[in-house]
Design a protein around this ligand. Sequence first.
Ligand code: PHE
Length: 343
Amino acid sequence: MQEKLQQLKNQALPAIASSKNEAELTDLENKYLGRKNGELTELMKGLKDLNPEEKKNAGQLLNEIKKELEEAINKKREELSNAGFAQAIAGEKADLSQPYLPKKERGHLHPNSIVQKELEDLFTSMGFMVLDGPELESDYYNFEAINIPPTHPARESQDTFYIKNHENWLVRTHTSSNQVRAMEKYGAPLKMITPGRCFRNEATDARHEHTFYQLEGVVVDKNINFGHLKAVLETVAQHLFGPETKVRLRPKFYPFVEPGVNGEVTCLLCGGKGCGVCKHTGWMEIFGAGMIHPNVMRAGGLDPQVYSGFAFGFGFSRLVMLKYGIEDGRLLMSGDLRFVKQF
Ligand code: PHE
């Protein structure tokens, strides 16, 4: 028995090694290891006729040889398949001089983002930090903390979307919601802007959208006065609309500033002479601003006897419209690619 096994092995291994293709190899596999009439299988059947001592030795050898053959077959199979692949690509050449041509169309910035980035660059160059804040906001930060208590009539003009089953949650109506958040987090001195998306429950038209972008600025330190506010606003306006641009500040009420102003700039289309865009006034309203109200300072944890500051906010969706001559602001959020692709 042991002899027969050795013989089989001496025959099988070279045969496997020299097989030329997968079909030949499979034939050999069946010939020796096949479950039905495989030679090794047949020998295995003879084991039962041996005496116990021989049975043990022969059985062991048989298992070893079986394993050896299996390994040899697997190895050969892999070799053959690699060789097949090498053959298949043998005729092909890689052209290493071909430039890489990206096939995918690349996106670009939305006009809102372009203007936002420009403004961020301007303000960071003046030493402001750029902060983010939540769009889903609490009633507290959006209204109460900035001096708009629950019954205040100013809420009427800033109706928004409230969250079902969460009475105190709303989507922010302005970026002023970050004023107190920033004071709490950074204290004074503070010099920050916070741009972002805001929402109002509006009857929409060409100049009003339920979703729009604002940029808020806050400066707090000792001895900050109205002159500082005006200087910053002028710098921004001239940066945006050119060095000839003038700024006009007229009193306007906002609960979170005192005094508060409405900021206008000379119309960039007619240079102040009066035209359709500025409704023949020569001025365009773009800012709300003022000196921060003592109640807001206190809500932010700052002592209004020690510190003073100013805040301003403007809707930069409006600036985007002016910059690109967009007549209907609703296009900005329409998701219409024919529109967006023009920038
Ligand atoms: N939050 C005001 C608005 O949305 C703008 C504003 C900001 C006014 C800061 C004064 C100071 O209309």
